[in-house]
Write a protein that binds this ligand. Structure first.
Ligand code: SF4
Length: 347
C-alpha cells in the first residue's frame, strides 16, 4: 500500500470518525466507514455505497485498506489449517484455524519471530524480526474470515501464534479494541485469550486496562532452576513474581486464568513437579492445560510418555484442580503449539 495513505484497518472507530470529521463529515459517516472495513471487509472504497460519492472520491486519495497476502495454506488431517502470510516488507508470519467441537478458534501472531528463545519453541529459533502493527494483527483475522468455508464462523481468538503479545502491548491492545468493537467484527472479549510467557509489566498493564479478555500463562516448570533453563525470561521474572502478578490479576466472576504446561520428558513431568504445581497455584482461580510436546529435529526435548502425563493430571485432579490434556492439533503440518516457524532459509 502506498505509504502516503492512511491504512484504515489499524484505526480505532473513534479515529475513523475523527478522520471523517476532518473531511467535514459527521461522526456517523465514520461509523459507516469503520463498519465497511471491519465488519463487511470491503477493501474498495468505491464499493462503500452508503457513503456519498463525493466523500468516496476524496477518501480514495487518502486511505487504503490493507490485507496480509496469503502465500501458503496447509491443511492437517484433523481439519486444522495453517496460513503463511507475507507482509508488505516481505516478513512472514503464520496463523492457524482450528475447528473443534462446534468452535472455530484462530491462533494469530503478534510479532514476526520472537526474541524470547523458549527451548521448546521453533519460533524462538527465528529471533525477533519485528513487532506487528495493529493493522497486521487485525488483518490476519480479516484475511482468514475471507477464506472460511461454507457455514464457518470464527468463534474464538487466541494470541498464541508467533511472538510474545505483551512485548507488543500498544499494537496488540489497539488490535483487540478494533476486533471487539460492536460496529466492527464484534468479537466478545470473553472469547479472546492472550497467552504470555510471563512478561510481568505487560500483565500489570493488561490488569489495569478495561479490555476484559482472558489471560493464559505459559508456565511449564515448577522450579526456577528448570524454568530458567527452558524459558530464559524466567531469569528476569522468576516464578514467585509471575504468580504474584497472576494473583493480583482482577478476574471477573466465573472467569479463570489458564496455565499452560508443556510436558517435557524428564524435565518438568515428575509426580513431584505435579505436587509442587498444586502448591504454587494454591488460591488462584485457574485451570491447567497440559500440552503434549511436539518434537522437532531442531528442538532438544522429547515428549513425556502419555502415562506420565496422565499421572501428572491425576495428581492435579486429586488436589481439586481442573486440568485437561490438550490434544495436539495440526501436528502433521507443524501448526501445533510451539511449531510455528517461517523457514525463510528454505524459501
Ligand atoms: S513460546 Fe512464545 S515467547 Fe517463547 S519463544 Fe515461542 S513464541 Fe516466543
Amino acid at each position: 500500500m502506498n505509504e502516503n495513505v492512511v491504512d484504515l484497518v489499524g484505526l480505532l472507530r473513534s479515529e475513523v470518525e475523527a478522520l471523517m470529521g476532518e473531511l467535514g463529515e459527521p461522526a456517523y459517516r465514520g461509523r459507516q466507514l469503520f463498519h465497511w472495513v471491519q465488519a463487511r471487509r470491503t477493501r474498495d472504497v468505491n464499493a462503500m455505497s452508503s457513503l456519498p460519492r463525493g466523500v468516496r472520491a476524496v477518501l480514495v486519495e487518502h486511505v487504503g485498506v490493507s490485507r496480509p497476502e496469503v502465500s501458503r495454506v496447509q491443511r492437517s488431517l484433523d481439519g486444522t489449517r495453517k496460513y503463511l502470510f507475507r507482509l508488505e516488507d516481505g516478513e512472514e508470519i503464520e496463523s492457524v484455524l482450528i475447528p473443534d467441537d462446534g468452535r472455530l478458534t484462530t491462533c494469530i501472531s503478534t510479532q514476526a519471530g520472537c526474541p524470547l528463545a523458549c527451548r521448546f519453541c521453533l519460533t524462538g529459533l527465528m529471533g525477533l524480526r519485528r513487532n506487528l502493527r495493529a493493522a497486521e494483527i487485525v488483518g490476519q483475522i480479516l484475511a482468514l474470515q475471507e477464506r472460511l468455508e461454507q457455514g464457518e464462523r470464527i468463534t474464538n481468538i487466541v494470541l498464541m501464534g508467533m511472538g510474545e503479545p505483551l512485548l507488543n502491548f500498544t499494537q496488540v491492545e489497539r488490535a483487540l479494541r478494533i476486533l471487539s468493537d460492536e460496529q466492527g467484527a464484534h468479537f466478545s472479549p470473553r472469547r479472546i485469550t492472550l497467552s504470555t510467557v510471563g512478561h510481568i509489566p505487560g500483565i500489570q498493564k493488561l490488569a489495569a486496562s478495561d479490555l476484559g479478555i482472558n489471560l493464559a500463562v505459559s508456565l511449564n516448570a515448577t522450579t526456577d532452576a528448570v524454568r530458567d533453563e527452558i524459558m530464559p525470561i524466567n531469569r528476569r521474572w522468576p516464578i514467585a513474581e509471575l504468580l504474584g502478578a497472576c494473583r493480583a490479576y482482577p478476574l471477573p466472576n466465573r472467569r479463570w486464568l489458564t496455565f499452560e504446561y508443556v510436558m517435557l520428558d524428564g524435565v518438568n513431568d515428575s509426580r513431584e513437579d505435579a505436587k509442587r504445581l498444586v502448591g504454587l497455584l494454591h488460591g488462584i482461580r485457574c485451570k491447567i492445560n497440559l500440552i503434549p510436546f511436539n518434537t522437532a529435529p531442531d528442538l532438544p526435548d522429547r515428549a513425556s510418555p502419555r502415562e506420565r502425563v496422565e499421572v501428572f493430571q491425576r495428581v492435579l485432579h486429586d488436589a481439586g484442580l481442573t486440568a485437561t490434556i490438550r490434544e495436539s492439533r495440526g501436528w502433521d503440518i507443524s501448526a501445533a503449539c510451539g511449531m510455528l516457524r517461517v523457514e525463510k532459509e528454505n524459501a
